[in-house]
Write a protein that binds this ligand. Structure first.
Ligand code: FES
Length: 291
């Protein structure tokens, strides 16, 4: 089946470099306004293991869609107005979670994301006007602005889907690792080649690892950051008792012991490996998820 003509315009958004100055300014505002790291982690969705934004948009979209359906039924004006107001109120957490994710995305998805956000600002404004119209007794105008808002929010959702599924903006970059690493033990380094208390790189086949040796124990994680694929073997060691690695690209922090995300923007844990020393050789095998 041929794709629809407007898909060309959607595909080209990621190359719209003229959006870059605006993106730079907005990134700066996001960084200055949402400073607290625990809050950023929560908005990224670190405690939930996947991004929070897709969950938070359910409330405004659901409320506004319900209002449009009620608009077809007589005697439901008040209920429609309440739903529109609920949707507008719920926009704030949806925007905050989207913005923190967006501020840590790659340039192409960032351009598309800016258009996605802009269209949703238009949608929210149309719903706000609709609510004002309804509250001042102009019911018909309120319904028309709601319909325009629904068209805008649907367009925004479509671009958001493109961002997530075509551009993979929030897709974990480590989902293939369990398929790419053969089961069983694999030699990854000699023990002598690993400097005590330092991060070192290794590989199992094509899969890069980050290794950390301390007190005769070796920790091993996949070195491709689950956020956007940054090289953890070039990351920074953070060692305050439970050693962690910080990604050099957007500073996600992972436990070297368990692969758990300590700080986002990553939300998916790093695949981690069991290790053993056999005749001076370090061997590793992939730990099953959740062990
Ligand atoms: S690639 Fe973004 S934090 Fe690692």
């Amino acid at each position: 089946m041929k794709s629809l003509p407007f898909m060309d315009s959607i595909n080209q958004l990621e190359n719209a470099t003229w959006l870059d100055p605006a993106a730079k300014s907005i990134r700066k505002v996001v960084k200055n306004v949402i400073r607290q790291r625990d809050l950023r982690d929560l908005l990224h969705g670190v405690p939930f293991g996947h991004p929070l934004h897709p969950v938070m948009v359910q409330i405004p979209i659901g409320a506004w869609t319900s209002a449009s359906i009620l608009d077809l039924v007589s005697g439901t004006q008040k209920a429609s107005a309440v739903l529109i107001g609920t949707g507008i109120t719920a926009v704030l957490p949806a925007v905050a979670s989207g913005l923190v994710d967006w501020s840590k995305s790659e340039p192409g998805p960032q351009r598309t994301g800016l258009v996605h956000a802009g269209v949703n600002v238009v949608a929210t404004s149309l719903y706000a006007i609709s609510l004002i119209q309804r509250c001042t007794g102009r019911e018909k105008a309120g319904k028309i602005f709601s319909l325009a808002g629904m068209a805008a929010v649907s367009t925004g959702g479509f671009i958001g889907g493109h961002l997530a599924y075509r551009q993979g903006a929030s897709i974990s970059r480590v989902i293939d690792i369990p398929n790419n690493v053969p089961s069983g033990w694999h030699q990854v380094a000699t023990l002598d080649s690993l400097e005590e208390g330092k991060l070192t790189g290794g590989t199992i086949g094509e899969t890069p690892l980050v290794l950390f040796r301390r007190y005769g124990t070796v920790r091993a994680l996949a070195a491709t950051c689950s956020h956007l694929g940054g090289p953890l073997n070039e990351g920074k060691l953070i060692d305050d008792g439970d050693p962690c690695v910080e990604c050099p690209w957007h500073q996600s922090v992972f436990s070297l012991r368990t692969g758990e995300v300590i700080h986002g923007p990553a939300t998916a844990p790093q695949p981690h490996f069991e290790t053993r020393i056999v005749e001076g050789q370090v061997e590793a095998r992939l730990r099953p998820a959740h062990s």
